[in-house]
Ligand binder design. Structure first.
Ligand code: MLT
Length: 323
């Protein structure tokens, strides 16, 4: 008798999941971006959301849920119903580093289903124009000579800009005083206004200000120059060999989301990444498309686990204190 009930229950659950997937989507989908509007995460998410709605046939909204290095927004998304209508946008900071910085109350691997790897870009070291440094070497000398630590933008502890700052401190022995913002979009206004000294930012966020000359760009954390910023040297060329960091982004949904729904969301993201107009917009911001062989949900899951293994030891050794 028990076996029959169990078999019936299993069939219902499977049928329910399939039925759910067949109708999906039947109402707007929300992508939760865990940083403020106008920053690199927000800009990428909105460009992709606009094109994803074509494949999905439903509106794809972007909601900014900020705070605590992006961990609040990720928590909001992964505690939503596992029905595909709430998607978590994040990156190396939110879906890797935060697990080593915060007592999150959730597990970045066990509580999320990977959907798709998104574009990536190197970080770029930028400063306010008032700093009298004309090269990366001079900037590091200026930072070290300051009586008080230089102020550096972060999007909160554990954010990409924060991890990059820790990496810079590690490799140079310089000390920075971190100033947290709800995203590096709003932080840019203070950098341009000279209210804060520097930032190790996603290239996509700083590139237009560097091109306009409103802030100074020193080096990109990559082994080759960015096609979109050919006059900016690499950290290797600029005297900080080995300071390489690529900030990749991705999409996830709550654990337990039916596989067919994950497949539909993945297909919509891949269609967006293959769209010529979308690629042009993103590449002009200095973003590189993920390789085709890394576009499956499984590939994002494997990548996230590998990045956790790579970054957690350095982050934990930095002993980041979060209040
Ligand atoms: C970060 O620094 O983690 C992000 O670039 C912040 C953002 O996207 O606003």
């Amino acid at each position: 008798m028990r076996r029959t009930i169990l078999a019936a229950l299993t069939a219902m659950l499977a049928f329910g999941g399939t039925a759910l997937a067949e109708k999906f989507p039947s109402r707007p989908i929300t992508i939760v971006v865990p940083f403020a509007a106008g920053g690199p995460s927000d800009v990428m998410a909105r460009i992709l959301a606009e094109r994803m709605k074509t494949t999905l046939g439903e509106t794809v909204l972007v909601e900014n849920v900020t705070g605590a290095g992006g961990s609040i927004g990720v928590g909001r998304a992964l505690r939503s119903p596992a029905d595909g209508y709430t998607v978590s946008f994040g990156h190396l900071g939110t879906h890797v580093a935060n697990g080593a910085v915060y007592k999150l109350g959730y597990d970045l691997v066990a509580d999320l289903e990977p959907v798709a790897l998104l574009p990536s870009n190197p970080m770029i070291l930028v400063s306010k124009n008032a700093i009298p440094a004309k090269s990366l070497k001079e900037l590091i000398e200026w930072i070290k000579a300051k009586p008080a630590p230089a102020t550096a933008v972060t999007a909160g502890a554990g954010s990409g800009s924060h991890i990059a700052g820790l990496y810079l401190e590690n490799i140079t022995g310089a000390k920075l005083q971190y100033v947290p913002y709800r995203g590096t979009g709003p932080a840019m206004n203070d950098l341009v206004a000279g209210q804060i000294d520097l930032m190790v930012d996603q290239l996509s966020n700083s590139i237009n200000q560097v091109r306009a000359g409103t802030i100074r760009g020193y080096a990109v954390t990559d082994t080759k120059r960015a096609a979109s910023a050919p006059d900016i040297p690499t950290t290797d060329e600029a005297g900080l060999p080995g300071f390489h960091m690529t900030l990749w982004s991705g999409l996830w949904v709550p654990k337990g989301t039916p596989k067919d729904i994950v497949t539909k969301l993945n297909a919509a993201a891949v269609d967006a990444l293959n769209d010529a107009a979308v690629r042009k917009q993103l590449e002009n911001l200095g973003l590189a498309m993920p390789p085709k062989e890394k576009l499956s949900p499984q590939a994002l899951g494997d990548w996230q686990k590998a990045e956790i293994a790579k970054w957690w030891p350095m982050i934990k050794a930095a002993n980041v204190k979060v209040d």
